[in-house]
Structures are given as C-alpha cells and as structure tokens.
Design a binder for this molecule. Structure first.
Ligand code: FCB
Length: 462
C-alpha cells in the first residue's frame, strides 16, 4: 500500500484520526421534490424563472438520491471515507416552513443515518444548505428576523429526531445565501437588493446563534456544533493602492463580514464605510453579537479559489439602485493555465493562507474542518485535472497543519456529479459520474485515487 505522503507529495503526515470525507447537499442530489409531503423550496421556484438556471434545469430529478441512497452509501463505503457531510432539506421537515412537522421527511434522514452508521461512516449534518421553504420566502425570507426564529425551531426539531449525529453544522456558506441570493440575484431567491441582502446576512447569523443555543440545550454527549463559511482570499489585481483597497473591500464582503462576528464578537470596523448608503444596519439588535459569537466547537471552511479584485471604474451613483454587491469592486479572473474546467482559478496557496490566516487572526480559533474543496469540469471519467487539484489542495491543507493550524479533516466536494445550482447539470464536481438519463453511477479516476489516499493514511472515522 502506498502512503498518503506518496500520493500527496508535500502534505506531510496527516495526524492520526484525521477525518477523510466527501460532501453533498440535499437539493443538489435528492430529487423527489414532491415525495412524502415535501414542500417547495426557493430553489424549486427560482429554477422555474426563465433564464435563472442553465438549460432551464432544476433539482428534479438530480441524482434521485432520495430513492437510491443505499447505492450511494455503498459508494461511500467503497471509498473508505470515515465521514459524510450531508444536508437536511428544511422543506421536507416543515413543508410550510414551520408549524406542521412532516414525519416522513425525518424518517428519510433517519434511515440514511442508520445506513451510514452501519458502514461506520460518521454523519456530519448541515441544517441549511440554501433550500429555504418557499412559504418563508413569501413572508420575507432571510430579510426578516422571523426566519431566524423559524430556523431555530427547525434545527431543534431535526436535532431531537436524529440520533447518531456527532457533528452539526447550522449554515453552509451564509455569504452565498445572502449576497449571491439577495444581492446578485444569481441564486435563489433571485433578489437584487442592497439593504435586504445585508439584513439577510445578519439574520442568517442570528439564526445560527439561536440554533446553536437550542442544540446545546439538549446536546447529547460529545455532540459538536459548528458553522461552515466559504472563504476566498481577496487578492489585489495589480500593485496599485486602489486595487489593494478594492481587495480589502471584497475581503470584507466575502470573509470578514462573517468571520469577525462569529469568531471575534464584533462586525468589522470598516463595514459602515464600505457599504456606505447601502444600509443603515437598522436590523441589528442589542445582544445579537453575543448570540452570534457563542463559542463554536468547530469551524467548517469551504475553499475553491481566491478572488482577484480591481477597483471598479464606475459605482452606481443612485443609492436607490445600488445593490450590496456594488462596493466599487470588479472581480477579475486572470487568464492562464491555472484554471479548472469551469474556468475557476486554481491557487492551492489560497487554502493554506486562509487556514493560517484564521489561526493568526483568532487566538481562540476552534478546530477546523475543510468541509468543501473540489474541481468542476464538463465531464470526463479520466479526470486527471480533478486529481491534480485535489492533490495540490491536500498538500496545502497538510502545509497549514504543519504550520500549527488544527485542521481535523477534509471533505471533497463532491461524492456525485449533481445539480450545480445556476449552472445546472453540465458542470460536474463528482468523484462519481452520474448519467442523469439512466441514473447510472460510474466512479471516475479521482474516486480510485482518493480511495487510495485514504487507505494510505492513518485517519479514520470521526
Ligand atoms: C459551494 C456550495 C456547494 C457546491 C460547490 C461547488 O459554494 O456550497 O453546494 O455548489 O460550491
């Protein structure tokens, strides 16, 4: 058997007990959107808007995982992962967002979790991976505080119902849920707002805090509660002072807006200045930051690429027309060989810098899991580009560990090709190829490579 060091040169030894996993999310794989009383989510509705999703696709049928999950658990077992990161679909549990609980939805996750445990695979459960019940969006969505309260009720209900889950994550990537969904309009619910998007970001964090408190009130022995952020270092597109300032503004919007309140108990000092007239932050209430910054048992970091930022030559002068996205920054994707099949910049150094930067900035940083990292392309079973990407990013993770960051595990995105949000099914991130016409699953070269990395390491289940 080859060792991890041979498969991932430069990684150093991953510590004993290092958790090897893969990740998915409910809406991207489950399909079965009308099964067992599930209510509509914002993604079901958004997908029907002409032009919202490539080729007019939606999460129906995705990978039909709702029915084919036993086969997918076998694929996980064949990979040898110690952990599997999945998300629960809120609209399966509360079809109307709150009130009536749909037991059949909970039963699905119970069966899945039992199936994982029988295979010695530790479930890492995310409570919110972007599929808000449409009924709540109709009442204001994340713009309104009530959604945070409903989220806490939902979190408590799922937590009580699902035994055998040691790791609970409240939110996946609140940046995308708020800014991509409510400011850029590229994701559900497709809004293009300024103040509303910033209110969403805040209410997501409040929801996180409320949910954490509810989970902890009834925590079973050893249960851990955390949150997952997507982090992209802001890199100035040129040596100019203007671009350096633009990169810092981007860093605020993508990273610091979330890390500072969660880990530091305060919003960044430059927030009011950067957002200017976009928002008066009147949605903040006394006590919110205390709630948001309750200590985390772990932090999940999703990393794909850094953002190269340039000062925008034009800023919308009319505040009424401004979106939260208009902070005088233009993102640039430098050309060159270092891009994925989807054209995403490949810079493994950004992952290392993200991890070491967090440890340097926050003295009480909780243990970290890389909860997503992966490579998108348009489909090839002999996916050498994906293998190279994963190898380099695992080496970057190993380098951060060697520099003293407590990284406890790594989850590759994703087990299966799946519904890649606004890109639809054309963009593929899986270690396993999915033929959507037949639902046939075929492991790619990267599946075999990752299996060998895991087998050659001293890691195990969490
Ligand atoms: C992340 C999302 C995940 C997936 C990957 C490619 O931002 O959390 O669902 O779409 O990107």
């Amino acid at each position: 058997m080859t060792t991890t060091e041979e498969r991932v040169p430069g990684a150093g030894a991953f510590p004993a007990g290092f958790v090897w996993g893969v990740a998915t999310s409910a809406y991207q794989i489950e399909g079965a959107v009308d099964a067992d009383g599930r209510g509509p989510s914002i993604w079901d509705v958004f997908s029907r808007v002409p032009g919202a999703v490539a080729a007019g696709e939606s999460g129906d049928p995705a990978c039909d995982h709702y029915r084919r999950w036993p086969e997918d658990v076998e694929l996980l077992a064949g990979l040898g992962v110690g952990a599997y990161r999945l998300s629960v679909a809120w609209p399966r549990v509360f079809p109307d967002g709150g009130g009536r609980v749909e037991r059949r939805g909970l039963d699905f996750y119970r069966r899945l979790i039992d199936g994982l445990r029988e295979r010695d695979i530790t479930p890492f459960v995310t409570l919110y991976h972007w599929d808000l019940p449409q009924a709540l969006e109709d009442r204001g969505g994340w713009r309104v505080r009530d959604t945070a309260e409903r989220f806490a009720d939902y979190a408590a209900t799922v937590h009580e119902a699902l035994d055998g889950v040691p790791y609970w994550t409240t939110l996946n990537e609140p940046y995308c849920s708020s800014i991509t969904g409510y400011a850029e309009g590229r994701h559900a619910p497709g809004a293009r707002e300024g103040h509303g998007a910033l209110a969403s970001a805040h209410h997501l964090l409040v929801g996180h805090g409320l949910a954490c408190a509810r989970l902890r009130e009834n925590a079973r022995r050893g249960e851990q509660v955390g949150v997952t952020l997507n982090m992209s270092p802001g890199v100035p597109a040129s040596p100019s002072a203007e671009d350096a300032a633009a990169a810092r503004r981007m860093d605020l919007m993508v990273n610091r807006q979330f890390t500072e309140p969660l880990l530091g108990g305060a919003y960044p000092a430059d927030m009011a200045e950067v957002y200017g007239e976009i928002s008066d932050f009147s949605f903040r209430r006394d006590g919110d930051l205390k709630l948001i910054s309750a200590p985390l048992d772990f932090l999940g970091v999703n990393y794909y690429y850094p953002i190269h930022a340039a000062a925008a030559s034009y800023v919308q002068p009319d505040p009424a027309l401004r979106s939260a996205y208009d902070i005088g920054v233009r993102t640039v994707m430098p050309d060159g060989p270092g891009t994925s099949g989807l054209g995403w910049r490949i810079e493994p150094r950004g992952l290392r810098d993200t991890l070491t930067g967090l440890a340097a900035r926050f003295s009480g940083l909780p243990p970290v899991f890389v909860t997503e990292n992966g490579y998108g392309d348009y489909g090839d079973l002999d996916d050498t580009g994906r293998i190279a990407y994963l190898r380099e990013h695992l080496a970057a993770t190993g380098a951060a560990i060697a520099e003293g960051v407590e990284v406890r595990g790594y989850f590759c995105w994703s087990l299966l090709d799946n519904f890649e949000w606004a890109r639809g099914y054309a963009a593929r991130f899986g270690l396993v190829h999915v033929d959507y016409a037949t639902q046939a699953r075929t492991p790619k070269a990267s599946y075999h490579w990752y299996r060998d990395v895991i087998a050659g390491s001293s890691g195990g289940s969490a």
